[in-house]
Design a protein around this ligand. Sequence first.
Ligand SMILES: Cc1cc2nc3c(=O)[nH]c(=O)nc-3n(C[C@H](O)[C@H](O)[C@H](O)COP(=O)(O)OP(=O)(O)OC[C@H]3O[C@@H](n4cnc5c(N)ncnc54)[C@H](O)[C@@H]3O)c2cc1C
Length: 384
Amino acid sequence: MDFSWSEEYTNYRNRIIEFAKSELADDTLIQRDHEGTFARDLWDKCGEFGILGLAAPARYGGTFEEVDIMRAAYALEGLGYGCPDTGLNLALNAHLWTVMMTITLFGDEVQKEKYLPKMASGEWIGAHALTEIGSGSDVYNMKTTAEKVDGGYILNGEKRLVTLAPIADVAVAFASTNPKLGKWGISAFIVDKTMQGFEPQTVQQKMGLRTAPIGRIKFTDCFVPDENRLGKEGAGFSVCNHSLEYDRCCILAGKLGAMQRQLEQTVEYAKSRQQFGQAIGQFQSVSNRIADMKLRLETSRLLLYKMTWLKKNNKPAMLEAAMLKLHLGEAYVASSLDAIRVHGGNGYLTEHEVERGLRDAVGGVIYAGTSDIQRNIIAKFLGL
Ligand SMILES: Cc1cc2nc3c(=O)[nH]c(=O)nc-3n(C[C@H](O)[C@H](O)[C@H](O)COP(=O)(O)OP(=O)(O)OC[C@H]3O[C@@H](n4cnc5c(N)ncnc54)[C@H](O)[C@@H]3O)c2cc1C
């Protein structure tokens, strides 16, 4: 067993860390988080650097000849480490893995040529429109319909809680083409802003990840031509499951980087803050907390790297994806709370940029399947 990374991967990751620290870590973040502002300029910089091309092969505008999930996850871990804007990280990853990668995996030549280059450059922003008011965890119980007509489908329905929805140019959207078949009647479509009846709605305010706009998308008698169906009719369930595995892998890689940054800041603080004539890190109650943070980080890292290896080698990874999502999501919340405790009152003040970590972390135990749903998946694999 070899735990080392190649020089090529490490160099690329180091370049990303440098880029993130110099170009994405500006001093407007507290204000943008307060106002819930998406930084389009930083998004464009990521496009120019090639980060948005990690989910497409070079022939469709991607950064490398082929998509390499191990390199991508390792690089995105670096991005999460260098870029303190966790909302931007969520936005980049949602666009990359739930939209672009889905088109890379399931799109035909025409679809890939039409959509991937625009998304790899950052010109077009993508959203993954799945959740509805009545179908969250029970996701395939959706009410959005796609009625077959001459030359295409008419979509009607409303999606909610969709990352990047308010500013989306294109969406991978799921709708039922045959409600009688339940999840086997769900199909996937590429819907874009040139189609009448594709109606992104305004931003919904939220607890954390505020720099990533989230909202609803309405489909009102939206005509989607046959050539924009993604995969076969009725294949939406499989299309969605595949893309969510990549999503879990890479979105969590960014969080892992954020956890590393959080740990380093917390260690530094515990060394420098003095109480009772000594550094607070000398008190065992404080150092025990930090030891727990380190353990959560390293166990999350092992699960993530194993998952990327499985995906790169085209092996099934549903169980591993669920364990990773559950463990890393919960670990980030627990460590964010520990970071606040170690920082005391300063941890509670916005200006110290510690409390934002907790608000941002909580979203991770909800999106892409809640922690309860991940436990259900694991239990099912154990025959329960
Ligand atoms: C920051 C963020 C970003 C998101 N981005 C997107 C996006 O880009 N696209 C998109 O389509 N959606 C997105 N979502 C929506 C997200 O996927 C759903 O919120 C999530 O799947 C849960 O659905 P729900 O909110 O309807 O909760 P519900 O399904 O109503 O769940 C409520 C509670 O019941 C529990 N529960 C439900 N069913 C079970 C069960 N069978 N066993 C045990 N417990 C259960 C849940 O765990 C939870 O605690 C996002 C959400 C957030 C918070």
